[in-house]
Design a protein around this ligand. Structure first.
Ligand SMILES: [Zn+2]
Ligand SMILES: [Zn+2]
Length: 277
């Protein structure tokens, strides 16, 4: 029997609904053999998930989903088989964390000039050590009585183009791939079907050492899959499959292990080269 694999899952370490341990339990309930925890810009849930999977049938691969952006585009790059304690990883996440805190400081300062006083400490408390950002600023404003709803905080103050808006730090694709490779990982372009056109992104990432494409993904139509398989063969890339699981229901996000892929996918070979299968 072929193994059941899903290489794209989120937990509460980023924007998923379930704690890493719960994600592992859901994966076990779904008879999965291998999953990768790929939270946005953090590996904070990986060790917890791996501990929860110990002694079970399930292997948890250390992963991440990095946003590499410029003015035009936000590319999501999945990293797999990361040494989460590697200095390159720690440095990257320290940079991202510092940038997020600086962004909050900027928004708090702008709000104070608009007559709204909230403290950075309070915003950080609300974020509970997670990836701090605008939702936490909005919550602090709501608690303060500065707005009546979270939406109002965005609409009038911190939403894009509003007076207390602060742009966020942009990680370059090169830095993202370098950090993944330095930490012993491989870099895979996430959900190529979700960009207006994945081809220029592929052209840009190939010289940076891109290792794979997430060919199988919930929204990918068959024609795109055919095209992506062709690209993967042409450029000698690993082909992976992932559900992008965030929660069980409610936002249309797919469930763990529901993405269908053929048994000859080179993802199996990839896992064998890494001693997982
Ligand atoms: Zn993504
Ligand atoms: Zn994702």
């Amino acid at each position: 029997m072929t193994s059941r694999i899903d290489l794209h899952l989120h937990s509460t370490a980023s924007d998923g609904a379930y704690a890493p341990e719960e994600v592992v339990q859901i994966a076990l309930d779904n008879q999965m053999d291998v999953i990768a925890l790929t939270d946005h810009d953090t590996v904070g849930g990986v060790q917890r998930a791996q501990q929860a999977a110990q002694g079970t049938r399930l292997t948890v691969i250390a992963g991440v989903e990095l946003s590499a952006e410029d003015e035009k585009l936000d590319r999501h790059i999945l990293g797999y088989f990361l040494d989460v304690t590697h200095p390159a990883m720690l440095k990257l996440f320290a940079t991202l964390r510092e940038a997020r805190v600086n962004r909050v400081v900027g928004m708090v300062e702008k709000l104070s000039t608009l007559g709204i006083t909230i403290s950075v400490e309070r915003v950080l408390e609300i974020a509970k050590g997670g990836s701090v950002g605008r939702p936490h600023v909005a919550r602090a404003m709501l608690q303060q009585g500065a707005v009546n709803t979270l939406q109002e905080a965005f609409d009038r103050y911190i939403g894009d183009d509003q007076p207390a808006y602060m742009p966020h730090f942009r990680l370059s694709p090169q830095t993202a791939l370098e950090a993944i490779h330095a930490a012993g990982g491989i870099a895979v372009l996430a959900h190529p079907g979700r960009y207006p056109d994945y081809r220029p992104i592929l052209e840009e990432l190939l010289p940076l050492g891109l290792d794979g494409l997430e060919v199988y993904y919930p929204d990918h139509p068959p024609a795109l899959i055919t095209e992506l398989r062709f690209q993967a063969h042409k450029h000698h890339l690993w082909m992976t499959a992932g559900s992008d699981f965030h929660r069980r229901e409610g936002d249309g996000s797919a469930r763990i292990g529901t993405v269908k892929y053929p048994p000859d996918l080179n993802m199996f070979e990839l896992l064998r080269t890494r001693g997982i299968l």
